[in-house]
Design a protein around this ligand. Sequence first.
Ligand SMILES: *[C@@H]1O[C@H](CO)[C@@H](O)[C@H](O)[C@H]1NC(C)=O
Length: 123
Amino acid sequence: MQFALPLLALAAAVSASSPIEAAWNVTRSYNDVSQQVVGVQITAVFVSEEYPQGLESKCSWVEKGRIYGVSCTPDTFSVEPQDDGYTLKVQQTIEKPTKQVVYGEGEVPRKGHAVIPVNARVA
Ligand SMILES: *[C@@H]1O[C@H](CO)[C@@H](O)[C@H](O)[C@H]1NC(C)=O
């Protein structure tokens, strides 16, 4: 296997040079407070070229027929859960490479995770 090492080195170089797509990895969990009331928690980790380690935010809200009391920390991140129970609209103020607000929208399972790409940026 004389080729193994150079090929591995090449693969590593290629993956290191391809840019990181700016996106959130959003994980959702919930607990049934009662038959009608559900507490929802999400963790959103924003990753981009400038934030390879990720910026973590957490939000929670209550679903009781409607959606109540959405709150997030830090407050640079916010989420609008949609009535379908799956779709989340997210936005975050970031400082790098320049100060801007990034937006995304995607479906996240009730219990599980999904990647929501940045679909708009406003300086
Ligand atoms: C997203 O987060 C979940 C939970 O922490 C993790 O299991 C998963 O590997 C992450 N996915 C990506 C693409 O980072």
